[in-house]
Design a protein around this ligand. Sequence first.
Ligand SMILES: Cc1ncc(C[n+]2csc(CCOP(=O)(O)OP(=O)(O)O)c2C)c(N)n1
Ligand SMILES: [Mg+2]
Length: 324
Amino acid sequence: MKILLNLFRQIYRIRSVEEEIANRYPQGKMRCPVHLSIGQESIPAVFAETISVRDFAVSTHRDHAHYLAKGGDLNAMIAEIYGKSTGCANGKGGSMHLIDLNVNFMGSSAIVGNSIPVGIGLALSAQIKETDQISCIFLGDGAIEEGVFYESVNFAAVRNLPVLFICENNLYSVYSPLSVRQPRGRSIAKMVEAIGINSASENGNNILACQELMKSAINHVRAGNGPYFLEFSTYRWREHCGHDFDNEIGYRTQDEFLEWQAKDPLIFLESSLLQAQPNFSKQIEIIKSEINIEIQAAFKFAETSAFPLQSEAYQGVFATHRLS
Ligand SMILES: Cc1ncc(C[n+]2csc(CCOP(=O)(O)OP(=O)(O)O)c2C)c(N)n1
Ligand SMILES: [Mg+2]
C-alpha cells in the first residue's frame, strides 16, 4: 500500500504543479513557453520512487516533471518560469532550462536531442571516476530522429556506460504522429536493441509494471552491465506548447485523447487505495491539502521574488550552483 500511496503523492504533486501553471499562464506573468506533461506523469513518478539523489539526470523542453521527480526545488522552478533571480537558472533560462545541481539534475535543453550527449558525458565521468552513479537521459520519441541520438547510443554501447535512456513516447513530435516520421511497424525499443543496447518497452499508464521495469533497468545499469533503453508509451493531454488543449485543430482526434485520458494512473491509484482500505480517504485528503499548500507557497515565492539585475546579466548559473 505504501508503494501506491507514494506513487499517488508523486503524480498528484507533479500534475497539480502543472495545472496551476496552466491556470495562471493566461495572466501573462510567465513570459517563457511552457511544455506541460499532464497525462505523462506516471513515468516521472516511478522514476522519483526508484532513482537515487546521487544519480545524474538530464531532460528536454518538457522537463518540469523530470526536475521535480529528481528532487529539484519547487520554489526555484516556479521562480525560474517567472524569470526571477531566485529561479534555478537565476531567471535567465525559463521553463526549458531547469537545473538543480544539488540533486544532480544537470540540465535541460530547448534543442531536441541536445541533452543526450550531456547525459553520455556524465555517464563517462562516473565510469572514469569509478563512482556507482548512473546517468539518466529523458528524451521524447522525436529525439530518436536526431543524429546525435545514434552517436550517443553507439558510444554508450561501445564504452559500456552506466546510462539509462528513458524515452517517453507520446506518439507525437509537435503535430506529427509517428506514422509520418518513422517506417510503419517500427518499434523504437527493438531498433535500439539492434544497435546493441538492452531495451524494453511498457505501457506508460501501467504504473506498477513501469515501476518494476524501471527498478530492474536501474539495477542492471548500476551493476555495471552497461546501458539500458526504456520506451514508455504515453500521451500528453494539453497542447504541445502552452497551457491549453488543442484537440480541435485536427492533428489528433478527440476519441484518441479520451481513450488515453480514461486510463489516467492518478484515478487508478486513488481508486485502488480506496478499494483496499476505505479509510485511506482521509490520508489522501491530507496529501492533497499539503501539496496544494506547498504549490501556492511556491507561486507566492515566485511572484514576490525580484527580477535579475542588469549587472548580473552575464553571471552564470554556476555562480549559485556548486559542482561536486
Ligand atoms: C533540433 C530541433 N529541431 C526542432 C525543434 C522544434 N521542436 C521543439 S519540441 C519538438 C518536438 C519534439 O518531440 P518529442 O521529442 O517527441 O518530445 P515531446 O514534445 O513529444 O515531448 C520539436 C520538433 C527543436 N526545438 N530542436
Ligand atoms: Mg513526442
